[in-house]
Design a protein around this ligand. Structure first.
Ligand SMILES: NC(=O)c1ccc[n+]([C@@H]2O[C@H](COP(=O)([O-])OP(=O)(O)OC[C@H]3O[C@@H](n4cnc5c(N)ncnc54)[C@H](O)[C@@H]3O)[C@@H](O)[C@H]2O)c1
Length: 235
């Protein structure tokens, strides 16, 4: 199987790409590198460009007629910016026209901390994407009850408050964390975490990695990222 991953040089896209390759799924990346990094697609096929560039997309499908599905991870993701410039964000979201689609909905792959959220390990989320790819036809068109567009929320199904996350961080690192209580960012809601029943039923999987494991793994990921950027002469 081969998949096109848009935004495959970003945080989520590059993690999903790694999970796909681990599972023997070939990967082609389309990314404009606006926030993503070429270092994160090293050794992978990269087309640099905008997701709504029809000619480029045609070229990718002509070069890779065996692409089975496209995984859309290309997006602008800064919440206050999305409130300040909603049209720019809509333009990017509207750029794709789904025929059949599964839309994974999740909140916080370990690392970002507004309000009460479901903090899932990014590797668990990446594996949920792979499960969605493997079961794509059955979920979107095969069995009774299938629908061409399925929003599915993978995750732990538990909300964690900012203060609980801070305590977990301090327990894992053994260090007190310097904190400052400030107001919400524009666009943040008070709390949100998903009902994961559908993910369990349709993707057949449970998150395997704890919030503590996610916290413990974060510095290692950032260290690898800093090394890659330093090697390229960037900060
Ligand atoms: N990071 C999180 O905490 C989080 C949480 C929930 C959902 N998500 C969703 O996951 C998706 C990816 O987020 P991320 O954290 O990996 O962000 P990211 O900024 O790390 O990655 C986005 C990637 O898309 C590329 N890109 C952006 N606009 C593009 C365009 N128009 N054409 C081509 N490439 C483009 C960027 O260069 C980057 O590589 C987003 O839809 C985001 O809403 C992220």
């Amino acid at each position: 199987m081969k998949v096109l991953i848009t935004g495959g040089a970003g945080f989520i896209g590059s993690t999903v790409a790694a999970a796909c390759l681990d599972e023997g799924i070939d990967v082609v990346v389309l990314d404009d590198l606006s926030t993503g990094r070429a270092e994160f697609v090293e050794g992978r096929i990269l087309y640099r460009g905008y997701i709504a560039d029809g000619e480029l997309v045609d070229r990718i499908f002509s070069d890779h007629p065996d692409v089975h599905a496209a995984l859309g991870c290309a997006a602008k993701i800064v919440v206050p910016e999305s409130v300040a410039e909603p049209l720019r964000y809509c333009e990017d979201v509207a750029a794709g026209t789904p025929l059949r689609a599964i839309s994974p909905r999740y909140f916080n792959p370990i690392g970002c901390v507004p309000g009460i959220r479901d903090h899932d390990h990014d590797h668990d989320l990446a594996r949920a994407h792979v499960a969605a790819l493997r079961r794509f036809d059955a979920i979107t068109s095969g069995d009774a009850g299938a629908a061409p567009y399925r929003p599915i929320a993978p995750g732990t199904g538990h909300g964690t408050t900012v203060f609980e996350l801070i305590r977990a961080f301090e327990n894992v690192t053994g260090e007190p964390l310097a904190t400052e209580v400030v107001g919400r960012r524009p666009g943040d809601n008070a709390g949100a975490y998903p009902d994961v029943t559908l993910a369990r039923e349709l993707l057949g999987r449970e998150p395997a990695l704890s919030i503590e494991r996610g916290i413990a793994d974060s510095p290692a990921w950032h260290a690898r990222r800093d090394l890659a950027l330093a090697a390229d002469g960037n900060d």
